[in-house]
Design a protein around this ligand. Sequence first.
Ligand code: ADP
Length: 172
Amino acid sequence: MGSANVVTEGRDRVRRVACPGSFDPVTNGHLDIIRRAALLHDEVIVVVGANQAKQGLFTVDERVEMLGEVTADLENVSVGTFRGLLVDFCKANGVSAVVKGLRAVSDFEYEMEMAQMNYRLAEVETLFMTANPMYSFLRSSLVKEICRYGGDVTSLVPDLVLERLHARLAPS
Ligand code: ADP
């Protein structure tokens, strides 16, 4: 049947998606999205944006290293970095869609703009996944602030990230 061709078109193509972010550092909220994306797609590349002029708490290399360690058990997940436009990274690496987590309506406005622009620029799709309610309040900047002032972030980040946060933020 004619319509069968339409349905099967592209079925053999590898479904490779990217999860971009600053990951300074990776939290359990990020990991939840990465794991769920890995269940749905053939390959997931977690990409740390290296453009920001602003210095993070961790260097881009440190963030990549932590991401590599906490995703080591996910065989179809790899970690990389990008400079310049995310869509250029996508084109160069055969990535057809970007997966983003939506925590609240406040995330939506900005993400919608980015999604439409990325499609306009290079026909790169954006797929949104709703945050796990356990982590919908969680962002890296909040974790750093709580940790800096001695608060407990134990269940919010992987153990190895917790250790590095304590080491980095320990009063000298
Ligand atoms: P952060 O706000 O934590 O600094 P990033 O810029 O590193 O986040 O975010 C990268 C991606 O991860 C974005 O799509 C963001 O919406 C998503 N994300 C961040 N934190 C969470 C969370 N707690 N739950 C679901 N998605 C999240």
